[in-house]
Design a protein around this ligand. Structure first.
Ligand code: AMP
Length: 941
C-alpha cells in the first residue's frame, strides 16, 4: 500500500474524522490476526487498496504514520484533538459507530434531504443513515458521545440530540455534497460552516424582507408579462423564483467582499426576469420589445431573451459593475464566453487571484449534464491560461428539459450536477421553496469560491410552472407533475405565509409591497433599488466603433527597429541549453536578422508580435500547441534541456513592453474558442489569437463560429478582434489534416462581419497581424495558415518587405511577364501558388500571369480592379484551388471573380473534382491530383 493511496482512502472514507487512534489500534490488532477484530472492521481493512497485490503488512508503519497525521489535523470547530473523549470508554465500539454515523450523514445525508418542492422525487432508502446500520438504537439516545470533528458548539452530545442535529443539518432543505473533496482543509472548512449552524442561517428581519421583496418581484414580473402579453414567449422563471433574491444576495455579498465586477451568463429561462429585477433594465424598454419595437443600432438584432445588459449595482463595498453576456440558444456555450470575459477584466485590473471580478453562470439541469462544453469548462477552471479564481455555478433545476424529464432519459448519474465532481467542486442542492436555505448556500458558495479560488455549484431544485415556453402544453408530456404544480402555491406565497406565521410581517404589508411593485411596472420605472447608472466603464470601445476594414492605417517601422527587435527575440542566455533543432532554428533566426538570409515564416510571425509588444500592445495566444507551434515553427516558448525551465524571449523585449501571454491550451476547441471570444469581446487592446492544431479541428468549435464570431456584431453590436489561425493546405495527409474548411467560413461572410485571409509570405503574415491591431477596427480575422509553407524555400521575405508594414490584399505577378503577352490569368490563394509558380518557371512559360488573392473576404474589389486593368485583353481566366470543387473558394467567391474579370471573358475551374471527403487518404493519389490541377491551370487549350 502506498502513502498516497492510504491518504486518498482516508480522505474519502466515511470513517475519517478524529478517531484515528482507535482505528490504528484496531489496525494493529488486525495485522496480528484478522480474526481479532469485528467482522465489519475486518472487511474495511481487507478492502484497503493494495498496490500490485503487495500485502498490507509490509507498509504498516506508513499507514500508522498516516493515521497519526490525520488525527493531528483535528477538527476546526473547536480546540481539542477530536479524538474520542477520554471520559467515555475509547474501546467502546459504540463511540466509533457514532463517528461513523456522523460521517455517513456527511456523505449521504443529501440523499434523504427535502430537496424537491413538488415532493415527487423517489428517494432510495439509505441504510447508512439508520441507527441500526451502525449497531445503534434509540436505547442509546441518552448516552453521551464525543463528536469527533462534528462542528457543533458542544464537545459531546446525547445520541438522541446528535441524531436530530444530523438530520436538521444534512437532511433539511439543503443537500450538501462535499465529501468527494480530498483536500482536508476544504472539507473541514465546509463542515464547520454547515454544521456549526445546522445549515440554517440566522437572518435579520430586514434580510427576510429583502428575500420576500425578491420573490414578489420575481412573481410580479411574470404575472405582469403573462397578463399583458398573453401567449408571448418569455421563458418564465415561475417555480424558480428564488433565483432573484439569490442573485441579488450573491452580487451584494460579492461587492461587500471586494468584487468590482460581476459577469453573468444564463440561458433563456428566467432571463427577462433577471434583466429587469437584478440588472435593472427598464421594464418599459422590455415592454416595447414585446410590442415589436427595437433598437435600430443593433443591425439584425436578436430575440429579447438573448439580450445582454450592463449596469452598476450598489453594495456595501461600493458599486459593482454588472454585465450579462449576450447569448444564443445553444445551451451552456455562454459559460466559457463569460469566463473568458472575466479573465480579460481580471488581467486589466492586474488581479491574479480572481477577487475583483466574479463569474456567475446559470445552467439548466438537462443541459449541465448533457452538454460537453460543461466538462471542457470545468477542465479549464484550474489551468494557468484560463483560471479566474473559481466560478459560482447555479443550476436552475426545474426537472424538465423542454419535454424530457425522466432521469433515465436525461442522464446516467443521480444528480444533474455530478459532472462538477471532476474538479471536486462542492455541490449544494437546495429546495428553491425554502429561500432562506437558498440564501444560506449562496453565501456559503461565494465564501468558498473566494477562499479556495475554485468552482462551486448550487443546484436550485425547483419546477417550471408553465411549459418550455408559454405557448407550450406541459400536461401532454408531464401530466402528473403538472397536476401537482397546478395545486402548488407560488414561492412568494409560501414564504409570505412563513413570515406571517413567525410574526415578521403582516398580510397588509405584503399586499402593499405587491401593489407597489406592480405600480412601478405600470410606470415603466426601474425596479431595482440597487441599480446605478454605469460608471465602471473599464474599457472605452468608442475608438473602435464605426470603422470599415479598409480604413487607413500606418504600420510601417524602420528597418533598424525590426533588426533591434530581431536581436531582442533571439537573445538566449548562453547557459540556456536549447534542444539541437531549436538551437539551429534560433541560429538561423540570428543570421536572418544579420541580413545573411531571408526571413522565414516563424521569424516574421515572431517579429510581428515583438513589434506590437514594443508598441505597448498586449498579446494573448492560446491553442493546443501554441508555444512551439504544431509544425515546429514558432518556438515562442523555449525549454532548457538541463532543467526543463522555460524562457519566452518575447517577454523580454523591454521594460515598457506590452504583456505577452502564450499558453498551450487544454485539448478542447469549443470551450477554448468560446473563452477567447469572451476575452476578445471584453478587451479590444489585446491581440487575442486562437490557433487550431490542424484547421479542420476548428469544427469542434462550430457553434462558436456560427453563433458568436460570425454574427455577434450583427445580432448584438458586440465587436471582437479575435484572430483564428487555422493550418490549411493539401499535402497528402489525408481527409482530416488537409482542409480548414475554407468554404464554411466564406459561406458565412456578409455585412463585412469578419475577414478571411490566406497569407502566402512571411511578410504577409507579419503585416496581417500588425494590421489587425494598428487599424481601429475590431472584427474577427480567420486565417488559413500554412503547414509546409512554413519551410518552403520560396516562402521567404526581406526585412524591407516587413518594414513597409502593408498587408497586400492581392499580390500581383512577381515574375517578369509582359502583361500584353499574357493569354491566361490564373487566380489562386495559398500554397498552390508556389506549385503553380515552380511549374511555370520550369516550363519557362510567359503567357500566363498568376495573381494571389490574399484576402478572400471582404473581397478587395478595388485593388483587384487596379491590378486586373493591365489584363483587360485576356479572355481566359482560371480560378485554381487545391480543395475539391464543392469546397474551397470556388462556389462561395465565384461571384466576386466574375465581377473582376473583363466582360465577355470566360472563367474556368482548375482543381480537384467535387468530393464528399475533404481529401484523399493515399499520398500517391494526392500527388497525382495535385499535379493534374497544376497542369490544368497552366495548359492553354
Ligand atoms: P460591459 O463591461 O461588458 O458591461 O460593457 C460595458 C459597455 O461597453 C457596454 O454597454 C457597451 O456599450 C460597451 N461594450 C462592451 N463590450 C463591447 C464590445 N465587444 N463591442 C462594442 N462595445 C462594447
Amino acid at each position: 500500500m502506498q502513502n498516497s493511496a492510504m491518504k486518498a482512502w482516508w480522505d474519502s472514507s466515511h470513517m475519517a474524522g478524529g478517531n484515528a487512534a482507535y482505528v490504528e489500534e484496531l489496525y494493529e490488532a488486525y495485522l496480528d490476526n484478522p480474526q481479532n477484530i469485528p467482522e465489519n472492521w475486518r472487511q474495511i481493512f481487507d478492502d484497503l487498496p493494495k498496490v500490485d497485490g503487495v500485502a498490507v503488512e509490509s507498509n504498516h508503519s506508513i499507514i500508522r504514520d498516516d493515521f497519526k497525521k490525520m488525527a493531528a489535523l483535528g477538527p476546526l470547530a473547536r480546540a481539542g484533538n477530536g479524538n474520542i473523549a477520554s471520559g467515555d470508554t475509547p474501546s467502546d465500539e459504540r463511540q466509533v459507530k457514532v463517528l461513523q454515523l456522523i460521517n455517513a450523514y456527511r456523505f449521504r445525508g443529501h440523499q434523504h434531504a427535502n430537496l424537491d418542492p413538488l415532493g415527487l422525487w423517489k428517494q432510495e432508502r439509505v441504510r447508512d443513515l439508520e441507527l441500526s446500520h451502525h449497531n445503534l438504537s434509540e436505547a442509546d439516545f441518552d448516552t453521551m458521545f464525543s463528536l469527533g470533528s462534528y462542528a457543533v458548539e458542544a464537545e459531546k452530545l446525547k445520541l438522541g440530540d446528535l441524531f436530530k442535529s444530523l438530520n436538521r443539518t444534512y437532511c433539511g432543505s439543503i443537500g450538501a455534497e462535499y465529501m468527494h473533496i480530498t483536500d482536508t482543509e476544504q472539507k473541514r472548512w465546509l463542515q464547520h460552516r454547515i454544521e456549526s449552524v445546522e445549515a440554517k442561517p440566522v437572518l435579520a428581519r430586514e434580510d427576510k424582507i429583502k428575500i420576500l421583496k425578491g420573490l414578489i418581484a420575481a412573481d410580479g414580473m411574470e404575472k405582469y408579462l403573462g397578463s399583458k402579453f398573453t401567449g408571448a414567449k418569455r421563458f418564465s422563471l415561475e417555480g424558480g423564483d428564488s433565483l432573484i433574491p439569490m442573485l441579488k444576495s450573491l452580487i451584494s455579498e460579492a461587492g461587500a467582499a471586494g468584487a468590482k465586477e460581476v459577469v453573468l451568463g444564463m440561458a433563456h429561462r428566467g432571463r427577462l426576469n433577471v434583466l429587469v429585477n437584478v440588472l435593472g433594465k427598464n421594464p418599459s424598454v422590455l415592454f416595447d420589445e414585446f410590442s415589436g419595437k427595437h433598437d435600430a443600432s443593433l443591425g439584425a438584432g436578436d430575440v429579447k431573451y438573448h439580450a445582454g445588459y450592463s449596469s452598476d449595482f450598489a453594495t456595501s463595498g461600493g458599486d459593482v459593475h454588472l454585465a450579462l453576456a449576450f447569448n444564443p440558444s445553444h445551451l451552456e456555450i455562454v459559460n466559457p464566453v463569460v469566463i473568458g470575459s472575466v479573465r480579460a477584466r481580471l488581467e486589466r485590473r492586474g488581479c491574479k487571484d480572481g477577487s475583483l471580478v466574479l463569474p456567475i453562470t446559470v445552467h439548466g439541469d438537462s443541459a449541465i449534464a448533457g452538454q460537453g462544453v460543461v466538462q471542457e469548462t470545468f477542465n479549464m477552471s484550474q489551468t494557468r491560461g484560463f483560471s479566474v479564481g473559481g466560478t459560482v455555478r447555479i443550476v436552475v433545476n426545474n426537472q424538465v428539459g423542454f419535454t424530457t424529464s425522466k432521469t433515465e432519459d436525461t442522464r446516467s448519474t443521480q444528480y444533474c450536477t455530478d459532472i462538477a465532481k471532476m474538479v471536486q467542486a462542492p455541490i449544494f442542492h437546495v429546495n428553491a421553496d425554502d429561500p432562506e436555505a437558498v440564501i444560506f448556500v449562496t453565501k456559503l458558495a461565494l465564501d468558498y469560491r473566494n477562499k479556495f479560488k475554485r468552482d462551486v455549484v448550487i443546484d436550485l431544485v425547483c419546477y417550471r410552472r408553465h411549459g418550455h415556453n408559454e405557448a407550450d402544453e406541459p400536461n401532454a408530456t408531464q401530466p402528473l407533475m403538472y397536476q401537482k404544480i397546478k395545486k402548488h402555491p407560488v414561492p412568494r406565497q409560501i414564504y409570505a405565509d412563513q413570515l406571517i406565521a413567525e410574526g415578521t410581517i403582516e398580510q397588509h404589508d405584503i399586499d402593499k409591497l405587491v401593489t407597489e411593485y406592480r405600480a412601478a411596472l405600470d410606470h415603466g420605472a426601474c425596479v431595482v433599488e440597487e441599480w446605478r447608472p454605469m460608471t465602471e466603464h473599464s474599457v472605452d470601445w468608442s475608438p473602435f466603433v464605426g470603422h470599415d476594414w479598409d480604413v487607413d492605417y500606418n504600420a510601417t517601422l524602420t528597418k533598424d527597429t525590426i533588426v533591434n527587435l530581431g536581436h531582442a527575440i533571439t537573445n538566449v542566455p548562453e547557459k540556456y541549453r536549447l534542444q539541437s533543432r531549436v538551437n539551429k532554428l534560433y541560429n538561423d533566426r540570428k543570421s536572418m536578422i544579420a541580413g545573411e538570409r531571408l526571413l522565414d515564416w516563424g521569424m516574421a510571425e515572431n517579429l510581428a508580435y515583438a513589434s506590437m509588444l514594443a508598441e505597448g500592445t498586449n498579446i494573448r495566444i492560446t491553442g493546443q500547441d501554441s508555444g512551439r507551434g504544431t509544425f515546429f515553427h514558432r518556438h515562442a516558448v523555449l525549454h532548457n534541456q538541463d532543467d526543463a525551465s522555460t524562457l519566452i524571449p518575447l517577454q523580454h523585449i523591454s521594460e515598457e513592453q506590452g504583456k505577452f501571454e502564450i499558453y498551450d491550451s487544454v485539448l478542447s476547441e469549443e470551450a477554448v474558442m468560446a473563452f477567447e471570444y469572451g476575452y476578445a469581446t471584453a478587451e479590444p487592446t489585446t491581440l487575442t489569437i486562437w490557433e487550431a492544431q490542424f484547421g479542420d479541428f476548428a469544427n469542434g468549435a462550430q457553434v462558436v463560429f456560427d453563433q458568436f464570431l460570425s454574427s455577434g456584431e450583427a445580432k448584438w453590436g458586440r465587436l471582437c478582434g479575435l484572430v483564428v489561425l487555422l493550418p490549411h493546405g493539401y499535402e497528402g495527409q489525408g481527409p482530416e489534416h488537409s482542409s480548414a474548411r475554407l468554404e464554411r467560413f466564406l459561406q458565412m461572410c456578409a455585412d463585412h462581419n469578419w475577414q478571411v485571409c490566406v497569407p502566402s509570405t512571411p511578410a504577409q503574415v507579419y503585416s496581417m497581424l500588425r494590421r489587425q491591431m494598428v487599424r481601429p477596427m475590431r472584427r474577427p480575422l480567420i486565417v488559413m495558415s500554412p503547414k509546409s509553407l512554413l519551410r518552403h524555400p520560396l516562402a521567404v521575405s526581406s526585412i524591407d518587405e516587413l518594414a513597409s508594414g502593408v498587408f497586400h490584399n492581392v499580390i500581383e505577378e512577381i515574375d517578369e511577364i509582359d502583361a500584353q503577352q499574357v493569354k491566361r490569368v490564373v487566380m489562386c490563394s495559398g500554397k498552390v501558388y508556389y506549385d503553380l509558380l515552380e511549374e511555370r518557371r520550369k516550363r519557362e512559360q510567359k503567357d500566363i500571369a498568376i495573381i494571389r488573392i490574399e484576402q478572400l473576404y471582404p473581397f478587395p474589389q478595388q485593388e483587384i480592379n487596379e491590378i486586373f486593368a493591365q489584363y483587360s485583353h485576356v479572355k481566359d481566366w482560371v480560378w485554381c484551388q487545391e480543395e475539391p470543387q464543392n469546397q474551397g473558394a470556388w462556389y462561395c467567391s465565384q461571384h466576386h471573380f466574375w465581377e473582376s474579370i473583363p466582360k465577355g471573358a470566360k472563367l474556368t475551374y482548375a482543381g480537384r473534382a467535387a468530393s464528399a471527403s475533404p481529401a484523399v487518404g493515399y499520398a500517391a493519389i494526392h500527388s497525382q491530383q495535385q499535379k493534374a490541377l497544376v497542369e490544368d491551370a497552366l495548359t492553354i487549350k
